[in-house]
Each structure stands twice: as structure tokens, then as C-alpha cells.
Design a protein around this ligand. Sequence first.
Ligand code: NAD
Length: 500
Amino acid sequence: MTVSAVLARDLGGAAAGQTRLRNFVDGAFIDEGKPFDVVNPVDGTVHARAYEADDAIVGRAVAAARQALDHWRAIPLNERRRFLNALASGIEKRFDDFVAAEVADTGKPVSVASHLDIPRGAANFRVFADAIAAASTEFYEMDTHDGGRALNYAVRRPHGVVAVISPWNLPLLLLTWKVAPALASGNTVVIKPSEETPSTATLLAEVAQEVGIPRGVLNLVHGFGPQSAGEILTRHPGVDAITFTGESRTGSAIMRAASDGIKAISFELGGKNPAVVFADAGFTKTVDGIAHAVFSNTGQVCLAPERVYVERPIFERFVEALKAKAEALKPGWPQSADTTLGPLISAEHRTKVLNYYKLAVAEGARVVTGGGVPRFGDARDNGFFVQPTIWTGLDESARCVKEEIFGPVCHIAPFDEEAQVVRAANDSVYGLAASIWTSDLSRAHRVARAIEVGITWVNCWFLRDLRTPFGGLKMSGIGREGGVHSLNFYSEPSNVCIKL
Ligand code: NAD
């Protein structure tokens, strides 16, 4: 039975448990690797079994990707673009299977997977099919020492084999965000999805097979990070570039692994993002916007604000309004139309978040709401839910204000002056994203420039034009992806100089 059939059955409520998520090497699914359980975070049941790739399997995947390179980079651009569009259509054709798979792995509401994760997963292929067609390169004309002229132009060369290592929070979306521009630029890929969320990556490999992507161009290996498929892949001498999204500390480990082969790296890492609310902001829209930003995807979004700074005149009112929003969230089954909050991804991650809930109290926080675990009286009590939580009263030096928690939680602090809040916002080892809420246009421009992050939103959050540069400063990442920025990472310009 295919992955999709079993997962579709899961969505209908039947028990499955025996779904097999296999490695995909050189155009074929292989029956090899050490099995490991994939858990549904809503009720803690095992819904699938994936197969951990060892050195030999990763080695074969990399070899297949190398073997496929010459053919893939040489095919006409329009044909490569046709393949990318076929991958997008293939995802759309099996939309329900993809939604079911993403929901089974993450427990997120069906409404979220079907409005965000899967449509964006497909859109990424179309966006980069277009971007590569529109991409240009540099051209310079110069004088030569003998009074003549020379022309210089750059050609884009793919790196070769790209290792794509992705996290569990937006599994298909973040994976295709890398796979699409890598393939568009003429690279071949070996994908290592998160061990928590291997299902949609496996479906993508099925689609690649269905739409006839040449063998070896897209390979998939399952497994864990350290001393497993992830590390084996990043250390493999046959890999030319590594694109990674995940925790900053994993980024450091991968950087060390990449240093041996001087591999190109692109890193999208963690954040501890500030939101700055000025008293002149439209109150209701701002509260709605911040609630959406803090609690969407159960706070498991790298861009989510975990530090909210509110100008003092509206501080108390804002805290009360956000509290009401948090308490109105409805945790529950992903298939229920009224569910607005899913579980955290795993028991381990829940322990981490609950430890922060405890630490905040020890650090002197006032718990405005939440801080615990909801009780349902049914199978969901075996899942990994936590209450949406708001704190006030912490010192700016508290660990809960400094460290990324990655849960449905924020600390709200009052501020009195623009300069003071900019200093607080920048007092972080991270520099990923910020949002500013104000009706003063000049202030919006001024503060946006002053806050040290890669992406600033004004009176909105997560509004993404996929052509814009995306990435973080400081420990939040290296490099930019998005539109031409992705193409610039996934290919290397090489200059051709012609003396006339
Ligand atoms: P993670 O770093 O634990 O794992 C990410 C991936 O790396 C997984 O596939 C994992 O198996 C692999 N991995 C782990 N150790 C490895 C190693 N030593 N070598 C090779 N691969 C290894 O991250 P996560 O918990 O899956 O995701 C959450 C984190 O991702 C958060 O910190 C979040 O902020 C970050 N994130 C960042 C962005 C962004 O765009 N900046 C987007 C989403 C998530």
C-alpha cells in the first residue's frame, strides 16, 4: 500500500501503524535501512515506520546524484522548468494525500496544512520555474592595455550535488523552498527531511517518480542528525553544497562538517524575534496580528515573536486583550473545523517547552495565562499539547527572554521610548525577524532600519513575496534565499572574458 493510501485512511480515523516510508535512491524506493517509528503528536500513536539510511545507502544516494548531474544540467532550460511545474501539478493532484501526511506527522489543523503548507509546497516549484527563466547575469565591457576592448559575462554553474536538510515545523514548505531552486539551477539533490516528519518528503519522491524526473536527480534518505543520515550526508565528499534549515546549534555542527570539503552552505536558523507595538497602532488589528504571529502552528515558526514590547500607555489593555485571544484558542483534533491549536511536535519538544514554563516562574514571571497542559479526557491526553502561555514581569536578562523556546508563548514587556525599545530588540544573539506596529510612517521606516534582523514586517507578519531576500543576521543564519537570492546560492557565477 502506498504512503498516501494509508495516510488518507488515517485522516478518516482508521488505525494504520504500518505505513512504510522508504528511502528513494536512483529513481527507486528501496527496502533497506533500520526502521524507526514516526509518531502522531495528537495522540502519541505510531502512525508510520521510516527506514534510517546508513553510510552505504547515503553513499549510493550521493553517487546516484553525481551520476545524474551531467544529464540534468545539460537538458534545455524549458524542459527543466517543465519538470518543476510537473512536480507542482503532481503535488496539487494528490493534494489530499499531502495534507493527510503533513497532518499525521505534525498534528497541525487540516485547515493550516491545506491553506499554508501544501499550497506553498507546490507554489515553490512554480515560483522557481519562473525565476530561473527570468534570471540574468552580469555583463561588463572593458578597455584593454593595447587600446582594444573586451567583454565579460557571467554564466551560472550549478554547484553539483546539494544536500537538503530540513526541519519539522513546516515540512514540505521548507523542503521545497530549497529543492525547487536547487533543481532549477541544474543541481541534483539528496534530501534528508526531519526524522519527525518524513511523510510528505516521501510523497514528493513518489511524485518525482510519477512525473518522470530523471533517476538520480532527486534522492531521499531518512534518518536522524548526529551520527546518522544527516551527519553522514553533510560529511560526504561527494556533496558540493549544503542547504539547511533548523536550530542554530545544528548549524554550527554542520558548518564544522562542511569545513572539510569547503562546501558551500546556506543556513536558515533560529530566532528570538521581537514585536514592537506603539500606542498609535490600530489596537484591534494589532492584537489580532500578534495573536496570529505568536500562536500560529503552536508557535513553532522560526519567525514567531516570543518577545513582545508594548508602549506603556496601552500595555495593560494589550496584555488583557492578548490573554483573551490565547484563551479563545481551541486545541483539538486536526480534522475538527473549530480546532485552532495543534500539539507540539514531540514528547521531547514538549518537555523542553514545559521546562521553560517552569523556568519562567522561577525567573520571576507573572503567568498571565497558560503555563500548563490542557486535559481532554480522551486519547489526546497521550499527545503533546501545551497551553498557550503569556508572561509579563521578566527581566530582559532572563533565559526565557533570551532563548528560543519554539512554543505558543511570549513575554510582554512595557517600554517608554523608541530608542529604549530598539536597544532591547537588538539585545539578542539572534537576528531573524521583527514586526513593528504603528500608524506613524516615518517611525516605521526608522525603526525598521534600526532593528538588526533579516526581515521586518510593519503592521503585518508572515506576508511573503517569494522573490524577496529571506534569511537571518547573527546566529539566525548565513546567506539569503528567495527569488534571485536562491538562484545566487544554488549556482555559482563564472566569468567569461572575450578580447575583441
Ligand atoms: P534541528 O536543527 O534539530 O533539525 C533540523 C534537521 O537537521 C533535521 O533534519 C535533523 O535530523 C538534522 N540534523 C540535526 N543534527 C544534525 C547534524 N549534526 N548533521 C546533519 N543534520 C542534522 O531543527 P528542528 O528542531 O527540526 O527545527 C526547529 C528549528 O529550526 C528552530 O530553531 C527554528 O527556529 C529553526 N527554523 C528556522 C527557519 C528559518 O527560516 N530561519 C525556519 C524553520 C525553522
